[in-house]
Design a protein around this ligand. Sequence first.
Ligand code: ACO
Length: 329
Amino acid sequence: MKTGRKAGIVSTGKALPVCRLTNRELEYIVETSDEWITSRSGIKERRIISGTETNSSLSEIAARIALERAALKPEEIDILIVATVTADQLLPSSACLVQARLNAHRAAAFDLAAGCTGFLYGLTVGQQFIETGAAKNILLIGVDTLSPIVDWTDRNTCVLFGDGAGAVVLQQVEEGRGILASKMFSDGTKAELLDIPAGGSRRPPTLKTLEERAHYVKMNGPEIFKFAVKIMVESTTNVLNMCGKKPADISYIAPHQANIRIIDSACKRLGLNDEQVLTNIHRYGNMSSAAIPVLLDEAFEAGKLKQGDLLALVSFGAGLTWGAAALNW
Ligand code: ACO
């Protein structure tokens, strides 16, 4: 439905755990080295929740910053979407816990599980509510706290992930700004490439599942690597085509932060130069749904984002899911 309304991001916020875990420290936990992690992934350190920090507490902090910057009160939020795969509890949703923390008493609240593509899925879902006129103010949070569910005895996975939250406010924006194009994809036939085998309703927790360490993230890294480079290039090209743009027109690309080699390879194939590419993986590792909103918030805080800048956002993750969006800041 074409209504003439345009949805856009009007503010950002972020929250990162206090505790830093460096590659050097990881050398004491699993058989690895700073050299291996840096050269194979680009990661130097990551943030890990501790004490009272949780998925919903990080979300609340990120949300309050984004709300303040949008001059919006919590009670003005119509819809609160939390893109995450690591809610505080299986039930209820993280979104409801965040809704309570904020006292956003008018808001509908729900979680959106699309792996690391969650933020982009949430952006596209939120866009529909704004552009149809069904909602005015949407709070979208991309948050993941993977550290409690990675296997700290498995060097193939535990060195790669970190915790964090990013939030944005979506509203109707003036002509020439906002989301120009977005497209989401999935392929559930590749679900086993990145999963947590037990703990859901099919294999609830038992002593056996605990002994098998089946409640932790399992990943086929090399297969995801190949897939990721291909779809990052295809998805970005696709959304740019949808709005009549090309890679050279992009002010910045905010790609999912899973591996610097994936980012470098995809951006090289797109013909982008280093100045066009936003990265923070060296400081935070892979924060799943938080990666892109935290990148945006850092770019905003650094004064990089100017009104009218063309941004491309692209991500991939468990599911498998992937997608991209193009927007004018
Ligand atoms: N330290 C030292 N050695 C390690 C480590 C480590 N932390 N991890 C693996 N290795 C070893 C393996 O045991 C293996 O050794 P072997 O050859 O003797 O068996 C070797 O390193 C693996 O080498 P490669 O397969 O060549 O490693 P690769 O270059 O593929 O890098 C990596 C592995 C980093 C996992 C990479 O494949 C990757 O980043 N894949 C994508 C992962 C990803 O994007 N995941 C998230 C997607 S969705 C989401 O974001 C939630």
